[in-house]
Design a protein around this ligand. Structure first.
Ligand code: ADP
Length: 186
């Protein structure tokens, strides 16, 4: 293979989950260097700041070789061109991810023809996992142990307090029922 193959794995990572880590590991088997790129979007405020997200990713991925963590603003293709990356990694979960991802991939190909979007399937245990689900569960006192790296669990506890409901321990009838949360639009 001529030269090193550099890939960018972009996302919000607010916060990083084991679903993301799974995609990182699968990607590392295929490329020489992987840049995990946190999208900094001023109009899409997350619960963690971009430096906080980067810090958690760095701790969570500290044992992996060939990983770089960065942030970018604006178009992903500009960042890829700057970093001479010709592979864009995206994860696919349910079919519902597909339409949006397909549109983005086509648009990115148009703007950056040497770039190729590669979709990775996640392991079945992470198929239902997303940063939004993690945030919803934690805000209402549920545990997300085993779904996010330990550093993320710590930061979530600092922010929202300790989980009141463990795995398999449903809220007691006296507990208020959480209101259904609004679905996140991308
Ligand atoms: P974005 O706002 O760009 O979707 P996310 O941080 O939510 O950012 O996701 C980044 C990428 O990781 C996306 O391609 C998403 O599909 C993928 N991803 C997130 N969670 C999982 C998971 N559990 N399994 C596989 N891919 C995932």
């Amino acid at each position: 293979m001529a030269g090193k193959r550099v890939a960018v794995y972009p996302g919000s990572f607010d916060p990083i989950t084991y679903g993301h880590v799974d995609i990182v590991d699968r990607s590392l088997a295929l490329v020489d260097r992987l840049i995990v790129a946190v999208a900094s979007n001023p109009s899409k405020k997350g619960i963690f700041s971009v430096p906080e997200r980067i810090d958690m990713i760095r701790t969570a991925l500290q044992d992996r070789k060939g990983v770089e963590i960065a942030s970018f603003e604006g178009l992903l293709v500009h960042f890829c061109r700057e970093r001479k990356a010709d592979v864009i990694i995206r994860g696919l979960r349910a079919l519902s991810d597909f339409e949006f991802e397909f549109q983005m991939a086509m648009m990115n190909k148009r703007m950056y023809p040497r770039g190729e979007t590669v979709f990775m399937m996640t392991g079945s245990q992470y198929f239902y996992l997303s940063s939004s689900v993690i945030k919803e569960v934690v805000q209402f006192g549920g545990t997300v142990e085993g779904l996010v790296p330990p550093v993320v669990l710590e930061r979530l506890e600092e922010r929202f307090g300790r989980a009141r409901f463990g795995v398999g321990t449903p809220p007691s009838p006296a507990s208020p029922r959480p209101a259904p949360a609004a679905r996140r639009r991308r």
